[in-house]
Design a protein around this ligand. Sequence first.
Ligand SMILES: [Zn+2]
Length: 139
Amino acid sequence: MAKLITRDEWRVVVTGTLDLSVPDGPRLQVRIKDAVIPPQRLGDFGWVSMSDSRVSSDIEGDYQRRCEEIVRALRSQHPGVKAEVMSTTTETCSHCGLVWEEWTTESAARWPAEDYVFGEPLCCDKAQDEWRAARAGVA
Ligand SMILES: [Zn+2]
């Protein structure tokens, strides 16, 4: 297991018209586009704040559920808005901690002299050894 896929920076992105009118008050509508609502941190209880890992054994799942709650609440209050849950996916190497990179057709076009195989990891020797061993096992 060399490639670690993590998802973080969970957020809800909202586009549409929010109706902020109050009964008997002026008509008040706000048009928003790609407004970002970050969820409350898992470890943030208002009166005390802890690290996320102390309060959750499934940080990604908990953030996802928290964002889905925001989407549901928004849709029930403002049926006209489009709200979706977004996150940033990061692929890193479990051996060296660097961002995961593989040899691709684009890399081959840029560096034709190199003789890497497509899909071969580029970050460190350990990842390459593991990848080659896995391939040898399959073949
Ligand atoms: Zn590596």
